[in-house]
Design a protein. Structure first.
Length: 339
């Protein structure tokens, strides 16, 4: 048993360069191309589509944004959060993972957005938890530089804790909808979280319903030791770009060992990603197109099952599309790790 995920982003399809690109190349920003894409993935029994994101226009090559914009490499890039409900309304089972950065969202806004999306997608939304890795992004949010690498992950740990507390600030039986007493919610079951941590202070409670299944599915791509620790601690599914089979095995074994310490279990599963991943360590002298031609890195997806279920609730679950297996055999992430 293995899982399939597709890694992509909300950008112009590369077919715009060709004579056969059709209307999709011009109208990608309507989302219709991605709706069609998501429906095809569902037909092909994929578990999820993962929408990468970043928050800047890079100017790493030659000190200008010319190459990036000329070849639409990193921009324009639209917000996957708003694409997610479109994809969900056109599909039934596909998980839809949107990227949201813990360095720039306030925890309350992120928890609220994902709770809203959880209902709009009928429990099929996932969160690709990134800490961001470009100073250019930080400069769009009032900072000169990002926080130091490991400190971003320390903040992210606290961020996830707050998001989970907020999602849990509505008790399971808080919504009563009692037509006799005209009580929609029982106020005594909706409680402030009064979080006062090292980095954040959040009162709560959340002003949305709690997400379906308690929380969304978490995706992560930790590469450094601290990043791997974060991924092993939190993620339900981990994506990575490893150069070759030995590197993939090393990554899997390392994550597995780390995950066991957190009471999680790494199940098998791997697929090539749809495109080469271009890490930020791109040197200034490397032309991005040349670099991409010379660095084809196979990707790998591992699925992690959390055994320490959140507050006793079932974690967010994407149901694998039925395909030819029939509805009764559809599986969620919750089930899948045990096989
Ligand atoms: C396949 C893959 C997809 C990623 N997608 C994103 C993304 O959408 N947004 C982002 O800011 N970072 C993304 N990253 C970067 C990771 O979040 C992380 O910063 C990177 O893997 C380096 O890990 P480290 O910070 O632990 O060294 C991605 C990484 C990989 C390998």
């Amino acid at each position: 048993m293995f899982h399939l995920g597709w890694f992509t982003n909300f950008m112009p399809p590369k077919s715009w360069r060709t004579h056969w690109g059709g209307h999709d190349a011009e109208e990608w920003a309507t989302g219709k191309f991605y709706v069609d894409f998501a429906k095809s993935l569902e037909r092909a029994c994929f578990d999820y589509i993962m929408l990468e994101d970043s928050l800047m226009v890079p100017d790493i090559f030659g000190g200008t944004a010319e190459v990036e914009l000329k070849h639409s490499l990193y921009a324009p890039k639209h917000d996957p959060v708003h694409l997610a409900p479109l994809l969900a309304s056109a599909t039934e089972h596909l998980g839809i993972i949107a990227t949201m950065s813990t360095s720039f969202y306030p925890p309350f806004m992120l928890a609220r957005t994902l709770a809203t999306l959880s209902h709009l997608t009928n429990g099929r939304v996932g969160w690709n938890i990134v800490t961001s890795s470009e100073h250019r992004s930080a400069q769009n949010f009032g900072m000169d530089e990002l926080w130091q690498h490991d400190s971003r992950y320390d903040r992210a740990d606290e961020f996830v804790e707050i998001a989970e507390l907020l999602w849990d600030s509505w008790g399971d039986d808080a919504v009563v909808m009692d037509r006799e007493t005209w009580a929609y919610a029982d106020y005594s079951k909706v409680r402030p979280i009064d979080f006062n941590g090292k980095y954040y202070k959040v009162r709560g409670p959340l002003n949305t319903l709690p997400p379906k299944h308690g929380r969304p599915v978490y995706c992560q791509a930790g590469g450094s030791p601290r990043g791997r620790e974060f991924a092993a601690r939190h993620a339900d599914t981990i994506i990575t770009a490893a150069a070759g089979i030995p590197a993939m095995k090393e990554y899997r074994n390392d994550i597995r060992a780390r995950a066991e310490r957190f009471g999680t279990f790494l199940s098998r599963g791997g697929i090539p990603l749809d495109q080469e991943y271009r890490p930020q360590r791109l040197h200034h002298e490397d032309h991005p197109l040349e670099w991409m031609k010379n660095h084809s890195i196979p990707g790998f997806v591992g699925c992690v099952k959390r055994t320490n279920a959140l507050h006793g609730k079932q974690i967010g679950a994407f149901h694998a599309p039925h395909g030819d297996r029939g509805p009764d055999q559809s599986r969620s992430f919750q089930d899948s790790g045990s096989r």
